[in-house]
Design a protein around this ligand. Structure first.
Ligand code: AKG
Length: 338
């Protein structure tokens, strides 16, 4: 599934440490990409009509063990080496996700949601103290907080760029600690805020740092601009087109080929725009954290088949670890329907 030439070098780790994200343009083989596309399309075709195709989560808990492609991906040695390089030897997978933004014309505003710029890991994972150490995870705190012990891998199964809702990240902002949350300014903003709160996504207050005021700009070596196709060359800063600068920081939009792989830091503010292109945007997301305490989560994830709701469970991720059997995770109804 994974291209044997793919590697995560010290230079890439250094880039991650500097920028808060890193992109590997080459990760999957052509066969691996094709297999994952087919698998994802089968899930999308079978899913319950009510399941949100941007939030098909934790398939690794419910796929049959012999066909658990999500787990195989999540425990691939290269994937684990990327995550362990910053989190240490013991990591757990605490969520997997399919996030599709269907093609949508710009006239309709595009397919999928505008994901607001936010940081990860602030509110959705609670750490219960282990026998040894771990304190309870605070929802807000400094850059050194326990919540920064998460890493997110983002695998596009289609070429992605600004026109089909690729991820955008404020480069280098992961060093600034946890940002204040953005207050809702008017009633019209409430539905989107409620939608994202369901998934524990809370917009950061960037107070005029992003948005129309940010001048378009390109940096030498960054390849074509944000509006260009992913195939237009993805050189420079590992495939991220720089589209703006504010307060000396850069807004980078990932420009990644299908089958590439990106990793971001939880404190790097990131989001995405709707897909205004005629191309699909199918992405797989894997979320890890360092294993210190026992992770619990009071949120709930809707099963793709609409058969029930599955609790998020943090599973030790190691090479060759057997996939979880569906019986290992406890289906429970969310409080609203109990
Ligand atoms: O893929 C997206 O548009 C959003 C992903 C995201 O917020 C994340 O992976 O943390």
């Amino acid at each position: 599934m994974v291209d044997p030439r793919a590697a995560f070098s010290q230079a890439e780790q250094a880039r991650f440490d500097r920028d808060g994200f890193v992109i590997l343009q080459r990760f999957l083989t052509a066969e691996g990409l094709s297999l994952l596309r087919q698998s994802v399309d089968a899930v999308l075709a079978e899913k319950d009509a009510g399941a949100d195709e941007e939030w098909i989560v934790n398939l690794h808990q419910v796929l049959p063990p012999e066909l658990n492609w999500m787990w195989a991906l999540a425990t691939h040695p290269l994937v684990l080496s990327m995550v362990r390089a910053s989190l240490g030897p013991h990591v757990v997978l605490y969520a997997s996700q399919i996030h599709r933004k269907p093609p949508g014309g710009s006239a309709s505003g595009g397919g999928g949601h505008l994901v607001p710029m936010h940081q990860d890991g602030g509110g959705d994972v609670r750490f219960r103290p282990s026998a040894q150490t771990a304190p309870t995870c605070p929802i807000t705190s400094s850059a050194s907080d326990m919540c920064s012990r998460c890493r997110t891998l983002w695998l596009p199964l289609d070429d992605v760029d600004a026109s089909n809702g690729s991820l955008q990240v404020l480069r280098g902002w992961h060093t600034r600690g946890r940002l204040p949350l953005r207050q809702i300014a008017c009633a019209a903003e409430l539905p989107a805020a409620e939608y994202f709160a369901r998934y524990h996504v809370f917009a950061s207050d960037l107070a005029g740092i992003t948005g129309a005021a940010v001048p378009a700009r390109r940096r030498a070596g960054a390849g074509a601009g944000a509006g260009a196709g992913a195939g237009a060359g993805a050189g420079g800063e590992g495939g991220a087109a720089l589209v703006g600068a504010a307060n000396g920081r850069d807004l980078a939009v990932y420009r990644v080929r299908a089958g590439g792989l990106a990793m971001h830091h939880p404190l790097a503010p990131h989001g995405s725009r709707p897909n205004t292109s005629a191309r699909d945007r199918r992405v797989l997301i894997l979320r890890y954290m360092a294993r210190r305490g026992r992770a619990t989560d009071e949120g709930w994830a809707r099963c793709h088949r609409g058969r029930g709701w599955f609790r998020k469970e943090a599973l030790e991720a190691a090479e060759g670890a057997p996939p979880p059997r569906p019986a290992d995770v406890t289906p429970r109804l969310p409080p609203s329907v109990q």
